[in-house]
Design a protein around this ligand. Structure first.
Ligand code: 9Z3
Length: 295
């Protein structure tokens, strides 16, 4: 069972999103529904971004689900414990004073396997000490938004991407969420009786993200494969297709120890960690690339 959405209104309002089907994403949004608890979350994001000029990072985390029924009891899940996103958000937040990162995992709510989240972090100014009031201060630098279905996720990614667009090159999108490849259109969701599954491909929204929704941002996506022999070709193909900045290539069983940063014109960067958290090294390298992007 999925947990209650933290911002859900008492009676879920179902919104049909989109009415014209000009593009693949439009036709996707026209055949799914998302639930009406997003306005509150998006308002929080809007308030967080208001007046902010400095760099902001959107971290997505966890796996999306695909409902099989209108009154959803059953769903298809996508593999992700949400660990990558949670730890990454934490290092994004603390990158200016990594040596002082406390052992306590403050953002553990992001890594709970049942919660899928997108976190927006603002880059912190350098601080000399971590005092008792630290967490209150940190909260002002982080806002998190929750999603469950692939439709929720793509809708939020579009809306938050558009909200980040005015930041231009000061926005970074770090897409670690494991997004469902296939979904069931609303019209085919089961009410009762038999359930026949004919899944449709989910549109790849990195294309409109890069071209239309948030064109100047530094966009980083992950490529996950179970077969190491396929990984690098697929990572390069994704980069060529969507023309974003980096693909972080990882093999499922090796994902805690080895990630390759793949770029369009520059050599690959191998990130390895035998002990300790690989995200610490990864975020450090990415923030250097992000700084170059912002210049
Ligand atoms: C990843 O590859 C992440 O690194 C993991 C992290 C999901 C493997 P955990 O949450 O695992 O720490 O347990 N995320 C992206 C996966 C994905 O769906 N990528 C798409 C693809 O491979 C592109 S957007 O096609």
């Amino acid at each position: 069972m999925r947990p209650a959405a933290p911002f859900r209104v008492n009676k879920p309002i179902h919104l049909m999103i989109g009415h014209m089907a000009d593009t693949q994403e439009d036709s996707f949004f026209a055949t799914v529904r998302t639930e009406g608890y997003f306005d509150v979350q998006l308002d929080t994001v809007q308030r967080f971004l208001a007046g902010r000029e400095g760099p902001v990072v959107l971290v997505t985390s966890g796996g999306t689900i695909v409902p099989l029924e209108r009154q959803m009891v059953r769903f298809l899940d996508n593999f992700s414990a949400g660990t990558r996103g949670a730890i990454s958000a934490e290092y994004h937040l603390h990158h200016t004073h990594l040596k002082m990162v406390p052992t306590e995992r403050r953002l553990c709510h992001l890594s709970a396997s049942t919660i899928q989240s997108a976190a927006l972090c603002s880059s912190l100014p350098t601080r000399r000490r971590i005092g008792p009031g630290h967490y209150r201060h940190e909260r002002k630098m982080l806002v998190s938004v929750h999603f469950y279905t692939v439709a929720d996720y793509l809708y939020l990614l579009q809306r938050i991407g558009q909200m980040l667009a005015p930041l231009g090159r000061n926005a970074m999108l770090y897409l670690a969420a494991a997004v469902s490849d296939f979904y069931l259109p609303e019209s085919q969701l089961s009410d009762e009786g038999t359930l026949t599954l004919r899944l449709e491909p989910v549109p790849k929204v990195i294309r409109p993200l890069v071209k239309i929704w948030c064109p100047d941002a530094f966009i980083v996506s992950f490529k996950l494969e179970t077969d190491a022999a396929l990984l690098m070709d697929k990572a390069r193909a994704a980069l060529q297709r969507y023309q974003h900045h980096c693909v972080l290539a990882n093999v499922l069983t090796e994902r805690r120890h080895h990630i390759t940063i793949v770029r369009r014109a520059d050599p690959d960067i191998e990130i390895r960690s035998e002990n300790g958290e690989i995200e610490q090294i990864l975020i450090d390298r990415l923030l250097t690339l992000f700084a170059q992007h912002r210049q």
